[in-house]
Design a protein around this ligand. Structure first.
Ligand code: GLV
Ligand code: MN
Ligand code: MN
Length: 397
């Protein structure tokens, strides 16, 4: 059966209705939110309509299982707190369309909490054995809700974890989430490697006090500590980073966050990414030394949350070759091989089986924002590349 472009586009738009932000095509569908759970229930029904057997594992990863050995395809359907409509959703709906139309058995997956409300690609990290469930249960989101409590919102999940040996490989289609393809006016990226990441929470504890009466030289101001830490860190990183290295302080919780109070405590995320695990380790050392120096100089208590991370991984050569062949058929002269600076469930799944990834462009390179979008013609081109690749991977009689 041929792939049905209209059905694919219609399902993508249907999924967007769950948690629609009302701003552009954006969505608010963080892991285990009402919108996320409703979207997963709808997806499970779509999987059943496609002849797949829906299976929720104990953390809410949703599989649509084909009978017998099969190729696994998919991504995630949770979103960032302010997310785009395609981040993750594209890979899930494209997988569904391929499963519906392919002669070869294809299973579909939507992993849970890829966007890291609790960790880093939490659902696939647990399924792949990279993160033990009892450790995951202790993780909390930025409001203090434990993972164990949040996953309880999905009800009584009595089915176990899916046996990964039933799958022959994993292919994930995704938006690029960066500027390369859009700038170069190309349609397809075949991923070579995915960068590694480290992520942890740092806390400075000073002294909360009156903002009018506390002399400057007596203050132990947590915001000033964060500000000094950030400036010194940027300066020190210059000696070890490359133009591809990135680091972000993306979440800051300043206490009590009031105009007339010297802030007594700040808790903030520090995240850094690079393709070289040694560089990630050197950066960690710099972060810890710099934070300790600032704490000593400014009279701050210092503590750290758990260190989370994923190693850099390379894609499987034979699955990748099938995608490259498809890219050449569909977008000759308009595709490239490229590394991924974003994280993906494919990193975790690579512990279990061969994996490969395909990108389509992000307009203006924008993602993790309601404004994220991709031209419909590029979404459809990506679907055709997947279709070619899956046909090529079909076992020969
Ligand atoms: C996942 O979206 C990431 O943070 O790269
Ligand atoms: Mn994603
Ligand atoms: Mn994302």
């Amino acid at each position: 059966m041929a792939i049905n472009e209209n059905r694919f586009v219609a399902d993508l738009h249907k999924l967007r209705e769950f948690g629609a932000s009302g701003v552009g095509k954006g969505v608010i569908r963080p892991a285990y939110s009402e919108a996320d759970i409703a979207a997963r229930t709808w997806l499970a029904n779509r999987m059943a309509d496609a002849g797949l057997t829906p299976h929720f594992d104990p953390v809410g990863n949703l599989f649509g299982l084909a009978d017998g050995p099969s190729l696994l395809m998919g991504s995630h359907s949770d979103s960032q707190p302010e997310g785009g409509w395609l981040d993750g959703a594209l890979g899930v709906i494209a997988a569904l369309e391929i499963a519906r139309s392919s002669d070869q058995p294809v299973s579909v997956v939507s992993f849970q909490d890829e966007e890291g409300r609790f960790g880093v690609t939490t659902g696939s990290a647990i399924w792949s054995g990279g993160l033990p469930l009892d450790q995951a249960d202790e993780l909390t989101d930025h409001t203090g809700i434990p993972f164990a409590t949040a996953r309880g919102a999905m009800g009584d999940l009595t089915e176990g974890f899916v046996d990964p040996t039933r799958f022959t490989g994993f292919i994930e289609m995704h938006i690029e989430q960066g500027p390369t393809l859009d700038t170069q006016k190309e349609q397809i990226g075949v991923v070579t490697d995915i960068v590694g990441i480290r992520d942890m929470v740092v806390q400075f504890e000073g002294q909360q006090n009156h903002a009018g009466t506390t002399p400057m030289h007596l203050r132990r101001d947590a915001f000033q500590a964060l500000s000094a830490f950030n400036t010194r860190l940027n300066d020190r990183f210059r000696n070890v980073v490359t133009p591809q290295t990135v680091w972000t302080i993306g979440h800051v919780d300043l206490h009590p966050n009031a105009s007339s109070i010297v802030p007594g405590r700040v808790r903030f995320s520090v995240q850094w990414r690079d393709g070289d695990a040694d560089r990630l380790a050197r950066m960690e050392e710099i972060i810890r030394v710099t934070a300790a120096e600032i704490a000593a100089e400014m009279g701050m208590g210092l503590s750290y949350g758990p260190m989370l991370g994923l190693e850099p991984v390379a894609m499987d050569p034979s699955l990748r070759a099938a995608l490259e062949h498809g890219a050449e058929q569909v977008a000759s002269g308009k595709w490239r091989r490229m590394p991924s600076g974003a994280l993906h469930d494919a990193t975790n799944v690579s512990r279990l089986m061969p994996v490969a990834m395909l990108f389509v462009p992000s307009i203006n390179g924008i993602s993790h924002d309601f404004a994220e979008d991709t031209a419909e013609s590029d979404l459809i081109a990506g679907l055709h590349v997947l279709d070619h690749a899956v046909q090529r991977l079909q076992p020969k009689p």
